[in-house]
Design a protein around this ligand. Sequence first.
Ligand code: HEC
Length: 118
Amino acid sequence: MRWIALAALLVLMPACAQPAVQRTPEEAVAHAQTLTPADARLADLYAQSCKNCHTVLDTGAPLSGDAGAWEARWKKGVPALVTSTVSGLGGMPAGGQCFSCTADDYEALIRFMAGRER
Ligand code: HEC
């Protein structure tokens, strides 16, 4: 139950959206678990694939909403990030386990996880 309270607290904190926030790994996981894409179809794709790793510390995946973890990766540029997702990278299987994602879906999911939605 404690993580639920923590997650609720993080949602309520306006500072949550600011990249400069320092979180412990546990806080970063709790924060990641509160996030869902606003678009219902993307939210489904996310829940079935990316979320299974990108909200779990032990997978080594950059956590959703963890600005620090995404900063260096973001510098590669969106096309390169889409390519790594489609081809697979390290512990991430090709396609990120999303079997119906289009290139646009990948871009939108990456922007969402990196906290760089337009
Ligand atoms: C089975 C676990 C798993 C799933 C499912 C998964 N990822 Fe990943 N992802 C990882 C791991 C682990 C890394 C870090 C890989 C590395 O740097 O070695 C990663 C890294 C990334 C990166 C950074 C790539 C780079 O070039 O630095 C992007 C972008 C990404 N994932 C997008 C996605 C998207 C979008 C989805 C859902 C469609 C997804 N991932 C699903 C495990 C996963």
